[in-house]
Ligand binder design. Structure first.
Ligand code: GAR
Length: 200
């Protein structure tokens, strides 16, 4: 059984897609051991608790400096002996020590077709604002391994989504989630858990 930890900052719809896929058997041989948020008010923590999964908040605000926060995050993750860490809308920079220790064991979902609309400053709704401002006709989502850069690690899965006339950033965000994110994130976890993509 693959031991999975999910890191979240917000609503947690991607977390929900993972939990639903485990329940329905779409993800085989994986278990979510812990959900961690930097934000105590994240609804994602509620979703975890509803599923009887341990839900923790580790907030930078509770630590004197960034190094102490980074150490607390890493210590907590180590305690769960995780095989895979999933960033599902986690809007905190992952400490370098954690990336080194868990090389090719951390994946991230990004709401565009990397290398478009990614990197510093592109997160959440800003990604879709960028896509609409540029006038692209196709966007999508990407699952990738996390390396030292921002959205620069090896790509595992991508799925395209059409932009429709009249789209607002919010409408486009919802379509990208429904048609791409909630599909390819569970799929990537299933593939990693079953040897179809090699883990680090
Ligand atoms: C998702 O759209 C995810 O792709 C994005 O944040 C949202 C979280 O929603 N992540 C990034 O932009 C990372 N750069 P959720 O909390 O409902 O899953």
């Amino acid at each position: 059984m693959l031991r999975v930890g999910v890191l979240v900052s917000g609503g947690g719809t991607n977390l929900q897609a993972i939990l639903d896929a485990i329940d329905s058997g779409k993800i085989r041989n994986a278990r979510v051991e812990v959900v961690i948020s930097n934000n105590a008010g994240a609804y994602a923590l509620e979703r975890a608790r509803n599923h009887k999964i341990e839900a923790l908040c580790i907030s930078p605000k509770s630590y004197e400096n960034r190094d102490l926060f980074n150490q607390a995050l890493l210590d907590t993750i180590d305690r769960y002996h995780l095989d895979l860490i999933v960033l599902a809308g986690f809007l905190v920079t992952i400490p370098a020590a954690m990336i080194q220790k868990y090389q090719n064991r951390i994946i991230n979902i990004h709401p565009s077709l990397i290398p478009s609309f990614c990197g510093v400053g592109y997160y959440g709704l800003k990604v879709h604002e960028g896509a609409l401002a540029r006038g692209v006709k196709v966007t999508g989502a990407t699952v990738h391994f996390v390396d030292e850069g921002v959205d620069s690690g090896p790509i595992l899965l991508q799925k395209a989504v059409e932009v429709q006339p009249g789209d607002t950033p919010k409408i486009l965000q919802q379509r990208v989630m429904e048609q791409a994110e909630w599909v390819i994130l569970p799929k990537a976890i299933d593939m990693l858990a079953n040897g179809e993509i090699p883990l680090g």
